[in-house]
Design a protein around this ligand. Structure first.
Ligand code: UDP
Length: 272
């Protein structure tokens, strides 16, 4: 085997990965809710090198009308990668992969939504990958669920997703781009964490039954950690709103007091 054909080492004997993580370690994750003021709900996720925006509109009138469902809302998910999101410029035309990912993201989110509350309408979920680094479908599901919650869509549970896989004989959590491409297996998992229901499970590669069980357990463990971050991100938005309201209330009596003082002053002035 020539030097250039040698396989890249993804996990060292000590269990350290190309980006310095341990096998069961997540990439650094940043979640933010309510980042777009024009959308009904929105969220941003940064997971390692992934940077993804999700925006939700609706429930609203559906066009074209023939897509309308008489018993529930139509969930329309659109996953797109920006032309500058990958190393090689991506064509702006929707690719087969983007159409497929839009479909599986819709299927991962749908069980969590009370779509039956909004017959004949549409809930639009737009996902824009600004920078991709492996596992974008999972990060997209995590961000889209937050954007749906932010839009006030009634939900049974949040949906959280994370990929797990295998590289150099080890089961690894939250694969990055190189691990996704050069690794031996990749399993994206999405789940409603409270209800313990898996809503997306795909697999690319080969695993023994024992490895598969280990991978699923590790994936669920990662999902539960991301779920805590999702809840924190939602709480942070409402804490900010509360601070603003309390701040406004605190400054209001002052303003009123000032008004009263001015009033009594002017009344006093009048008396004089
Ligand atoms: N990717 C790329 N060009 C493309 C599509 C994908 O370089 O046109 C990269 C990108 O980093 C992505 C990774 O390949 O995250 C893995 O893509 P995959 O189809 O497995 O989906 P993902 O792992 O992002 O859910």
């Amino acid at each position: 085997m020539s030097e250039s054909e040698k396989k890249v080492i993804l996990v060292t004997d000590e269990g350290i990965r190309t980006d310095g993580r341990k096998v069961d370690e997540l990439r650094p994750i940043k979640l933010e809710v309510g980042v777009l003021s024009r959308a009904d709900g929105s969220a941003f996720i940064q997971q390692g090198g992934n940077k993804i925006l999700a925006a939700v509109y609706g429930p609203r009138e559906l066009h074209p009308r023939h897509l309308a469902l008489p018993d529930k809302a139509y969930l329309r998910c659109t996953y797109r990668m920006a032309t500058f999101s990958v190393d090689e410029r991506k064509s702006p035309a929707p690719s087969r992969r983007e159409i497929e990912l839009s479909k599986i993201i819709k299927e991962a989110l749908e069980p969590a939504l009370f779509l039956e509350y909004f017959p004949n309408s549409v809930i639009d979920v737009y996902i824009q990958v600004l920078q991709a680094d492996g596992g974008t479908r999972c990060a997209s599901v995590t961000a889209a669920a937050l954007a749906l919650a932010d839009a006030g869509i009634p939900m049974r549970d949040l949906v959280t997703a994370c990929a797990v896989g295998k590289a150099d004989g080890r089961i690894i959590l939250d694969l990055n781009d190189i691990e996704d491409k050069e690794g031996d297996a990749d399993i994206p998992i999405a789940m409603m964490p409270q209800l313990k229901r898996i809503t997306l499970l795909q697999m690319d590669g080969h695993l023994t039954e024992k490895e598969f069980q280990e991978a699923i357990n590790l994936g669920i463990n990662g999902i539960m950690r991301i779920y805590e971050m999702q809840k924190r991100a939602l709480r942070e938005k409402y804490l900010k709103i509360r601070e603003e309201v309390v701040g406004a209330e605190k400054s209001e009596p002052k303003a009123k007091n000032n008004e009263n003082t001015n009033e009594s002053k002017s009344k006093g002035d009048e008396k004089e």
